[in-house]
Design a protein around this ligand. Structure first.
Ligand code: HEC
Ligand code: HEC
Ligand code: HEC
Ligand code: HEC
Ligand code: HEC
Length: 217
């Protein structure tokens, strides 16, 4: 997968281009095309996690609110993944002997955090802020897809600059009341009229920035 510096096909191209003496321009092109980060952002990226934790079960069937576990989204730029203690609020009682929870019990005993594999990650040169979006009526689903239906989380959106700017230039169709930001089934295009969405734009005083320094600082 292209989570390395260069995508696979570039391995095939590189030797030929190096031979052709095109090394410098080629690197320049790659750094621009793939960012300066050691990976590109792949929609569809879905690593196997150390614990078979299911959002479809917890957030879907059990109906738990995202903020029960991701409790910093409204206050901080990062949407931290929950500590083991959060799981143990229930799993000291619920299926404590389950083989699927061995790693969780182990982490609880030793105090060593579970090593969840990060899925959504921008390059170090880009800045993102959850609170700025969640408190302005941009729902989790707009950027993460139907997490409440995922057995294993995957990246559903490209998270590229063009994708960010598409919404920053025209946020109105994506807006919902702040009370609905974690409601994954809520669809602004059906629930709200154009006038109501314009109302939200004014109410939350929304003017998303297109300045480079907003996202690269
Ligand atoms: C019971 C706790 C819990 C609840 C409730 C929960 N999550 Fe999670 N979430 C986790 C854990 C643990 C992980 C890390 C493991 C994984 O990726 O499945 C995670 C991972 C994620 C990720 C991927 C993070 C990354 O590495 O990029 C996203 C996005 C996410 N959750 C969104 C949501 C949304 C949206 C909701 C509500 C619909 C939600 N979560 C509800 C515990 C929870
Ligand atoms: C609000 C209570 C609650 C919290 C908090 C919670 N779970 Fe669960 N979890 C459940 C319930 C209920 C089940 C379903 C049990 C069953 O099927 O009998 C379950 C099932 C599971 C299973 C499958 C167990 C099996 O044997 O099939 C795993 C794995 C799991 N949870 C991991 C986690 C992790 C990791 C966290 C913390 C990020 C977490 N849970 C937080 C209530 C919770
Ligand atoms: C406007 C788009 C957007 C919205 C809305 C959004 N996220 Fe994210 N989320 C991202 C991006 C981009 C990243 C990667 C951030 C980074 O690498 O700095 C991310 C990362 C995450 C992560 C990984 C941990 C971390 O460091 O942040 C979790 C968990 C997460 N989001 C959960 C949520 C939840 C829950 C909601 C809704 C309450 C939500 N997100 C709303 C875009 C969004
Ligand atoms: C709304 C947020 C946002 C704004 C505004 C923005 N960028 Fe970006 N930019 C991004 C994201 C997200 C990426 C891809 C991040 C990654 O791959 O980690 C990116 C990537 C880049 C890259 C790497 C090459 C690429 O296309 O992937 C360059 C160079 C760049 N931006 C320059 C700029 C300049 C110059 C401006 C101002 C004209 C600007 N950006 C404004 C979010 C933004
Ligand atoms: C679905 C719509 C949407 C998407 C996608 C989106 N944004 Fe935003 N963004 C907004 C809105 C709405 C605001 C709030 C603007 C305001 O308060 O005036 C905002 C605000 C921000 C802010 C806060 C600016 C400040 O004044 O502090 C940053 C930083 C930002 N976005 C970065 C990003 C980056 C980086 C991405 C892509 C990875 C992204 N956004 C994708 C809608 C979006």
């Amino acid at each position: 997968m292209s989570r390395f510096l260069f995508p696979k096909w570039s391995n095939l191209l590189l030797p030929g281009l190096i031979a052709a003496g095109a090394v410098m321009p080629l690197y320049a092109v790659f750094f621009v095309a793939y960012g300066f980060s050691p990976k590109t952002l792949d929609a569809g990226y879905q690593p196997v996690q150390p614990v078979p934790f299911s959002h479809a079960l917890h957030a879907g069937q059990l109906g738990m609110d995202c903020r029960y576990c991701h409790n910093t989204v409204e206050d901080a730029s990062h949407a931290a993944v929950p500590p083991t203690q959060t799981c143990m609020n229930c799993h000291t009682q619920i299926r404590p002997e389950s083989p699927k929870l061995v790693e969780v019990q182990e982490s609880y005993r030793t105090g060593k955090p579970i090593e969840w594999i990060r899925i959504h990650k921008l390059g170090d040169y880009s800045y993102f802020n959850h609170a700025a979006h969640v408190n302005r009526g941009v729902g989790c689903v707009s950027c993460h897809g139907r997490i409440d239906q995922m057995e294993v989380v995957y990246q559903s959106q490209p998270l590229s600059m063009g994708w960010c700017l598409d919404c920053h230039r025209n946020p109105e169709p994506h807006l919902r009341p702040v009370s609905e930001v974690t409601n994954m089934a809520y669809q602004p295009e059906f629930e709200l009229t154009d006038t109501e969405r314009e109302g939200l734009l004014a109410k939350y005083d929304i003017h998303p920035s297109e300045n480079c320094s907003t996202c690269h600082r």
